[in-house]
Design a protein around this ligand. Structure first.
Ligand code: NI
Length: 172
């Protein structure tokens, strides 16, 4: 398994709308294993394909509690078929927006229909961190970042910080 470079904001690729996956083959499974290894290495609890430059609707997540056994999930072409009116607020971060965090409100419980890495149709109900995480990763499929859910003032502050960090990095 390979560790893939993660794209960080600002980057136009993070605004791309990803396409559904059509081929469930060894290539997809190897790529998603690389995504998972990349996510664990970062470390993070979710990663969408576009964050490593591939505009496909595929994500990996693992929201197991610290110290518990790993619970990797491979979600391909997921769709939310039900979401609760109850909202949950969580301080989100993103591997593409390193060291930036903000409170985001989203439906607390969702039902998701998706295909696994073998193409089999699956459904799951998610609450808590897993619910937040899946919704956050699905946003990436449509070029939406967690900062797009907060006030313009806070968003611009975070984006300015990221731009600055990138410039510092570029100049070494
Ligand atoms: Ni993210």
């Amino acid at each position: 398994m390979a560790i893939l470079p993660i794209i960080t904001a600002p980057d136009p690729r993070l605004k791309i709308r990803s396409e559904p996956v059509e081929q469930f083959d060894d290539e997809l499974r190897a790529f998603m294993d690389d995504m998972l290894a990349t996510m664990y290495d970062a470390p993070g609890v979710g990663l969408s394909a576009i964050q490593v430059g591939v505009a496909k609707r595929a994500m990996v997540v693992d929201c197991a509690e610290d110290g518990a056994a790993a619970e990797p999930l491979y979600l391909v072409n997921p769709e939310i078929v039900e979401s609760s009116e109850d909202l949950r607020s969580y301080e989100e971060g993103c591997l593409s927006l390193p060291e930036q965090y903000a409170e985001v409100e989203r439906p607390a419980v969702i039902r998701v229909r998706y295909r696994d890495q073998f193409g089999a149709e699956q459904e799951l109900q998610a609450e808590g961190l897993l619910s937040t995480c899946i919704q956050h990763e699905m946003d990436h499929f449509d070029g939406v970042l967690f900062v797009d859910h907060i006030s313009a003032l806070k968003r611009n502050m975070i984006l300015r910080r990221l731009k600055k960090a990138k410039k510092l990095q570029a100049t070494g």
